[in-house]
Design a protein. Structure first.
Length: 646
């Protein structure tokens, strides 16, 4: 196993070793392989790959979320949950830039709230940029300090027709100039262009080869040299100050030609520092801090900041030139509970808590709370209904006032998801929940609700916002959790839960079918003949706990669904949990009487006899199988019993 790992590592290293070729060989290779002169946008398109087309109309949940559209899923971004539109915008930017449209001259700007995933997206883009090779000019034993393309040696006006005819390189590809470094070497070689060679190499974040990052500094000590480089004082003993070989090409633009430069919190930087970006993006050149000549740039700038910085920058009319060079992509918070839960599970998977016990419902409860803080209060509808609708749940039956996803979005406007509590805060809450108990590292909803309430009070939010969050926690999530944990306990209490539920389902479908057809039904076990009134009485008893308002339509709907499911299931009834509407009816029928189970599930009451003690032990074992630890099972049961009494 160790040898295989070492061999694979060695193979990866060997595959990324530099390969040198003559300039002539490079040009002839360009004839049949456009990748030899591909820009960063084309290489990113190749690294991202073709998307998987998903027809959401075939999935009930996704069809409600995406309104039956066909969406694109890009494999490199598969773990960016709930960001389909953002990823599509980014992929569209690279596709248009690869087609040499205006996007190739734009700064890709990610705008979003703190903790929304902007930095993670930028990091993923830089990782992808490492996958495709670049071809860099070399003179003697020195690689170009700005990693320029060999095509920079050829002037478009003079060499355009030759390059098109002889090497199949489109004239438009000759859109940059040679660097001052290459110009000096050209003079030293007395015009002998064949003394230049070409190196195939891979961009590297580790070595800052065509991938780099810069950050805003102090207004008083940060200048353009952070981007364009400056004179290396150690070389002034050998070269005059205006000599290109005395220049230190250490700026972010110098190091990211043909690659990606990430500009963190770009609009916090002094405005004078941003000026080189204008010519670098639009003209493909910029100037250094010394008079050494124009330096080529064919890279991509990825910038990001939060909305307050963006609004401040945009409101200043003096910044119009920069604003016109920005391709804006919004990166809002996730607004779907299911995908938000995936984000938290991803975090846990990448931490030492991967094997720590996490009781059922914990992640989901946190997701519901965090997502609700990001939603705009809907008009003429409940916020919890909007929360469920955004997550793709069917709301017509549970809330007649519920709107469609599109109606909620239209009402909320384009900035929904740009405010609320951050994902980083959710991580802190989750961390505190796992480490809350001094006896075990584990998380459960009881501790989670306490941690959320404590944290919200500590955040010192505006009074009305704090009240809104705590009201949602106490009036919406707590009762919902009580209902869910009640089901968990009741399921563990019933010894043959699944068989019991299936029997009720099969009986309900048989009764409903006979009732709809106005036929008598002969009970298969007792032989009793049941007329329509008797069938209606039996069906009503099953439906009563759920408050079914229109029994005829409901029964017809269930029977039709069952017939379709039977056809796909080889003539057998489907599992009773397959259809959510009838499942809810059956569960409420099964759990309509809970008083008799309280002595069994209680940890504090002394059991009357051995049989009750055994039932309690069996109940506890089933709770453990459902994902609870012993301490969590006791805590949840005691919380549930206190909640029932109150």
């Amino acid at each position: 196993m160790t040898e295989n790992a070492m061999s694979e590592l060695q193979g990866m290293f060997s595959a990324h070793q530099q390969e040198e070729m003559s300039l002539n060989d490079y040009l002839y290779s360009c004839c049949n392989d456009p990748k030899m002169y591909a820009g960063i946008a084309e290489r990113m398109v190749a690294a991202i790959g073709e998307p998987e087309l998903v027809d959401t109309s075939k999935d009930p949940r996704l069809s409600r979320v995406f309104l039956n559209r066909t969406i694109r899923i890009y494999k490199p971004f598969a773990d960016f949950y709930g960001m389909e539109e953002t990823i599509e915008s980014i992929a569209g930017f690279f596709k248009a830039a690869a087609q040499e449209l205006e996007e190739q001259k734009q700064i890709l700007y990610l705008l979003g709230p703190v903790g929304g995933g902007k930095s993670s997206l930028a990091t993923r883009l830089m990782q992808l940029a490492e996958q495709e090779p670049i071809y860099v000019l070399k003179a003697d034993d020195q690689i170009s300090p700005v990693f320029e393309s060999p095509l920079g040696l050829f002037n478009r006006e003079a060499f355009g027709p030759i390059m098109e005819k002889k090497f199949n390189i489109p004239r438009r590809r000759l859109r940059t100039c040679m660097s001052p470094w290459a110009a000096k070497r050209f003079r030293e070689f007395k015009g002998d262009i064949n003394r230049f060679t070409v190196v195939k190499m891979y961009p590297s974040r580790l070595q800052t080869i065509c991938i780099g990052r810069t950050e805003p500094g102090d207004e008083n000590n940060q200048d353009m040299s952070t981007l364009v480089g400056k004179v290396d004082i150690r070389k002034l003993e050998q070269f005059p100050q205006h000599d290109v070989d005395a220049y230190g090409f250490s700026g972010a633009l110098n190091r990211t030609t043909q690659g990606i430069m990430e500009f963190v919190e770009m609009f916090k930087a002094p405005i004078k520092m941003l000026h080189p970006l204008i010519t670098a993006t639009q003209d493909g050149i910029y100037v250094g801090t010394e008079n050494i000549g124009a330096i080529p740039y064919q890279g991509l700038i990825v910038a990001h900041s939060n909305e307050s910085e963006w609004q401040k920058f945009r409101s200043n009319k003096d910044n119009e030139a920069m604003l016109d060079r920005i391709y804006l992509v919004k990166v809002p918070y996730c607004l779907r509970v299911t995908e938000e839960a995936h984000i938290y599970r991803k975090l846990l998977h990448e931490s030492a808590l991967i094997k720590a016990p996490c009781a059922p419902g914990t992640i989901e409860l946190l997701s519901q709370f965090m997502v609700h803080t990001r939603l705009k209060e809907p008009a003429n509808s409940h916020l919890i209904s909007k929360l469920k609708a955004y997550d793709g749940q069917e709301m017509n039956d549970s809330d007649p006032k519920a709107k469609t996803v599109q109606e909620y979005r239209d009402d909320a406007g384009v900035n929904e998801g740009m405010n609320g509590l951050s994902t980083r805060l959710a991580f802190k809450i989750l961390s505190r929940t796992f480490n809350f108990d001094t006896n075990e590292i584990a998380a459960d909803p009881v501790h989670l609700m306490f941690v959320i309430e404590t944290r919200i009070r500590q955040e010192q939010l505006p009074t009305d916002l704090e009240k809104k969050y705590l009201t949602f926690l106490k009036d919406e999530l707590r009762p919902r959790f009580a209902e869910e944990v009640g089901k968990e306990i009741q399921k563990a209490y019933l010894e043959a839960y699944d068989d019991f539920g299936q029997n009720i389902y099969d009986r309900y479908v048989a009764y409903a079918d006979a009732w709809l057809e106005n036929q008598d039904f002969k009970h298969p076990d007792t032989g009793t003949l049941m007329n329509k009134k008797m069938l209606d009485d039996e069906l009503s008893q099953m439906e009563k706990p759920s408050g079914i308002s229109n029994p005829k339509d409901f029964r017809g709907e269930v029977v039709k669904w069952n017939l379709r499911a039977r056809a796909k299931n080889g003539g057998k009834n489907p599992v009773w949990t397959s259809y959510e509407r009838i499942r809810d009816v059956i569960e409420k029928r099964m759990f309509s009487k809970t008083e008799e189970m309280l002595p069994i599930i209680s940890f504090s009451e002394k059991k009357r006899d051995g049989e009750m003690e055994k039932k309690h032990s069996d109940f506890l074992q089933r709770m453990l199988k459902r994902g609870y630890t012993l301490m969590q099972a006791r805590r949840v049961v005691e919380w549930y019993m206190r909640n029932k009494k109150s």
